[in-house]
Design a protein around this ligand. Structure first.
Ligand SMILES: [Zn+2]
Length: 291
């Protein structure tokens, strides 16, 4: 079920976008309360007792991990806490309105085993996925925490900008696959998606930017070009110009601009026709160490 399993990285990554809005009026839904988080932690502890899991509350999430207790706590109070604070400060007023569990498995083997045992899933990605049926992110934390920060973005986009097209949702999430901090702001650094983008620009297989912006959900996830890289590096450019946060705010606020083109041209101060050739030159010249 492609819409049920959300790969965190790689070629497929289906963000969970449960309908949270009726028309354009978001339903009022509260974030999980401290009691709800505590109760879920207790229930998980009772259920998982003796199986080597550590369970930690890191609002608005509950984290379950099979690494050493200190390591699970370090992920929760470290990169997860940090990314929640900085993402909220940068973009998001509302927290996810439902309690989402984050399952961190120490390697691919325990991740696949856990996905099967606890969720009945057979993941089609070695990294991780989001199960909307279970309100849970299930991931292999072994390769690093970038996938965790990627996925944390999705429930926040869902809660704050439910109409966001897939290109923006995945572009923003994939920005933080290699997260860093600059002057108190979360930033994304060039990563492993850059080389393929350069190849597609050089061999002219990357379509016009208007095509990316106009992709439906299915068109984005099934694109014959590297839609993730295209979206990621368009947003990375805006970040480098200090315009990404402004772009997000404009785009999310304007219900008459479903593709984001108007917001993009407004923050850039020019039309895409003149901007896109400059962006392509910038992307080809961009340096990255491919992590
Ligand atoms: Zn994603």
């Amino acid at each position: 079920m492609r819409n049920r399993l959300v790969a965190l990285t790689g070629l497929v990554c289906f963000a969970h976008l449960a309908p949270l809005a009726i028309g354009h009026v978001p339903l009022a839904a509260a974030e999980p309360s401290a009691d709800e988080l505590k109760d879920r932690r207790a229930a998980l502890e009772a259920r998982l007792g003796g199986q080597g899991f550590t369970i930690v509350v890191e609002p608005p999430f509950v984290v379950i991990g099979d690494e050493a207790a200190a390591t699970v706590k370090h992920h929760a109070s470290g990169i997860l806490h940090w990314s929640i604070q900085l993402l909220e400060a940068e973009y998001f007023k509302a927290r996810p309105s439902k309690l989402i569990e984050i399952w961190l498995f120490k390697n691919e083997k325990t991740y696949r085993k856990g996905a099967r045992k606890f969720f009945g899933d057979e993941p089609d990605t070695p990294y991780g996925y989001y199960s909307s049926d279970h309100d849970a992110m299930v991931m292999n934390i072994g390769p690093g925490a970038g996938t965790l920060v990627h996925e944390v973005v999705h429930p926040y986009v869902e809660a704050n900008f439910p109409e966001a097209p897939a290109w923006f949702n995945e572009g923003l999430a994939s920005m933080y696959e290699r997260p860093s901090e600059k002057k108190g702001h979360i930033v994304g650094l060039p990563n492993w998606r850059l080389p393929n983008l350069k190849v597609q620009i050089k061999d002219a297989t990357l379509p016009a930017m208007t095509r990316l912006l106009g992709t439906t959900r299915d068109e984005f996830y099934n694109a014959p070009f590297d839609a993730y890289a295209f979206a990621r590096y368009l947003l990375l450019y805006l970040q480098e110009q200090g315009k990404l946060t402004e772009f997000y705010a404009k785009f999310a606020a304007d219900k008459t601009d479903p593709t984001g083109q108007a917001a993009l041209e407004a923050v850039l101060g020019e039309k895409l026709d003149t901007f896109e050739p400059k962006w392509r030159k910038w992307a080809v010249a961009l340096k990255g160490d491919n992590r």
